[in-house]
Design a protein around this ligand. Sequence first.
Ligand SMILES: *[C@@H]1O[C@H](CO)[C@@H](O)[C@H](O)[C@H]1NC(C)=O
Ligand SMILES: *[C@@H]1O[C@H](CO)[C@@H](O)[C@H](O)[C@H]1NC(C)=O
Ligand SMILES: *[C@@H]1O[C@H](CO)[C@@H](O)[C@H](O)[C@H]1NC(C)=O
Ligand SMILES: *[C@@H]1O[C@H](CO)[C@@H](O)[C@H](O)[C@H]1NC(C)=O
Ligand SMILES: *[C@@H]1O[C@H](CO)[C@@H](O)[C@H](O)[C@H]1NC(C)=O
Ligand SMILES: *[C@@H]1O[C@H](CO)[C@@H](O)[C@H](O)[C@H]1NC(C)=O
Length: 248
Amino acid sequence: MVRRDVPGAFLLPLVCIIAIFHIDQVKTEVRLPCGMVKDWFPSGTKPQNSQPPYLLNMTDSDGRSVYDDLYMGEPHYGPGQRTYTITLNGTRSGNMTQNFTGFMLYAYNEFDDEDSGDFLSPLPAGVSKRECLFNDTGQFIEVLENSTNSMYWHSIQIKWRSPKKSISGKITISASVVKEDGIFWDGISVTLNHACPMPGCYLPDGCPNGLARNKYGCTICECAGASSVTVGFLSLAVIMFSALKNWI
Ligand SMILES: *[C@@H]1O[C@H](CO)[C@@H](O)[C@H](O)[C@H]1NC(C)=O
Ligand SMILES: *[C@@H]1O[C@H](CO)[C@@H](O)[C@H](O)[C@H]1NC(C)=O
Ligand SMILES: *[C@@H]1O[C@H](CO)[C@@H](O)[C@H](O)[C@H]1NC(C)=O
Ligand SMILES: *[C@@H]1O[C@H](CO)[C@@H](O)[C@H](O)[C@H]1NC(C)=O
Ligand SMILES: *[C@@H]1O[C@H](CO)[C@@H](O)[C@H](O)[C@H]1NC(C)=O
Ligand SMILES: *[C@@H]1O[C@H](CO)[C@@H](O)[C@H](O)[C@H]1NC(C)=O
């Protein structure tokens, strides 16, 4: 009898540990959708389709704008993990600067399984950060938004750090900005590409269809087109066939 109780005494804490671990897992897997600014207003409220009176700009740690440092005609992040300052400003006309009462700012990647960088603390007063599922995709992202509706901003500056991996896909930093109740603009954004390394390859026979590109759009040292794949597959089949014949 005493002997039989021993495994039970061991099992109970084990079951508890497993249960706690399981609850913890479940808790961290509750991932809410990010939602959109339009959800703050009565249903049917639509974004304005005029030119937004707000500007989004990004500068690197040397104060250089991403619009002034293009790679193949596009803004880019990296190389290496770098910190940028995102500025969201009201436009100026005369001595008046447009203000805003609310906003959402998010960063998302063209690939659901790639990193989209991080918004860094400290955040400006009246701004909070949360993590959520972007636009019904599988992508878990960070969103910044106003945590109060009693403030007006003319300009807001937020630090963002690019992914550790220099080549992680195109990342879009996008803002939706509320001027006043029910009046807002979506898609005030900048898309950052990554700079591809130069492929240092020499293929003596060349490639009939040029070099291939990987999923990130970077040129790699492999021939493009189905023909090379077919040739590879055929020669593999021939080798296997002759091996099989010899063996028989
Ligand atoms: C971004 O900021 C830089 C430097 O502050 C400025 O020269 C550039 O015109 C701005 N670009 C846009 C599109 O606002
Ligand atoms: C945006 O606001 C910042 C801070 O007020 C200012 O330094 C910068 O010149 C503004 N940029 C534009 C394009 O208005
Ligand atoms: C803004 O400009 C208008 C004229 O365009 C002027 O009458 C007014 O005094 C200015 N306001 C300030 C605060 O400078
Ligand atoms: C914000 O801008 C509106 C005009 O667009 C102006 O009437 C209002 O006084 C401004 N509020 C603040 C706090 O600057
Ligand atoms: C979000 O998804 C909708 C429909 O699925 C699409 O029309 C929209 O462009 C997406 N937004 C972004 C920012 O990708
Ligand atoms: C953010 O600003 C919007 C527009 O002013 C407002 O409707 C919303 O309630 C604000 N969010 C919070 C958490 O106060």
